[in-house]
Write a protein that binds this ligand. Structure first.
Ligand code: VGL
Ligand code: ZN
Length: 206
């Protein structure tokens, strides 16, 4: 059992990763990064940090999943259809591709969501088979980071907690849209309130 050196927000400690652990990288896609239609300012940094985290997981035998927001043209969440968002992550478009600085280790699995035109699947567990895949792999602990803190990361973490996974937020590999200022901070509080544990990936010792 190898050690992932992390700094826990609540107490200094380290995580021992096992094959029952999974990293869920949420929506690190071009449209959520600078230059994209729904950009998070720190998106490229999140991509770089997540790449390092993903390789640590893979080297220790833990699993790596990456979700991809994957909307049909004219999706109900788009402004043109009465939704809140500019068109983003349209299936097959450049904006829907993973950010070029997100490099994923061999064996990673991709989870597409948001394909149903009428459902805004913020959670990686909605409109996908992520829960089945995690159960089939005997996963008990789920580590979540990516974009955006206040939407898809929030809802993925809340679902992971509700399903009963021991859930960790990789808090230095997330970024918020912040439609209202403070949304990201409030989302972090909500996740911790739901039972998620916030950790930081410490690149100086990892
Ligand atoms: C997201 C808004 C719309 C996200 C996805 O990935 O957080 N946000 N679709
Ligand atoms: Zn979306």
């Amino acid at each position: 059992m190898a050690r992932l050196r992390c700094t826990w927000s609540s107490w200094g400690n380290a995580v021992n990763l096992t094959t029952q652990d999974a990293l869920v990288i949420v929506d690190v896609q071009n449209d959520f990064c600078p230059g994209g239609s729904l950009a998070v300012a720190t998106g490229a940094e999140v991509a770089r940090t997540m790449t390092r985290v993903a390789y640590v997981f893979s080297e220790q035998g833990a699993r790596v999943y990456a979700t991809q927001d994957w909307h049909p043209v004219g999706h109900s969440s788009f402004k043109e259809s009465g939704g809140p968002w500019p068109p983003h992550c349209v299936q097959g478009s450049q904006g829907a591709e993973f950010h070029p600085e997100l490099n994923l280790p061999d064996g990673h699995e991709i989870i597409k969501k948001g394909n149903d035109p009428s459902v805004d699947a913020y959670s990686g567990f909605l409109d996908s088979n992520l829960e089945e895949r995690l159960n089939a792999a005997d996963v008990t602990r789920v580590f979540v980071g990516g974009l955006a803190t206040d939407y898809c990361v929030l809802n993925t973490v809340l679902d992971a907690c509700r399903i009963g996974f021991e859930t960790y937020l990789v808090s230095d590999a997330i970024g918020a849209v912040n439609v209202r200022s403070g949304d990201g901070e409030r989302a972090i509080e909500e996740m911790i309130g739901a039972g998620a544990k916030a950790i930081r990936f410490d690149d100086e010792v990892a």
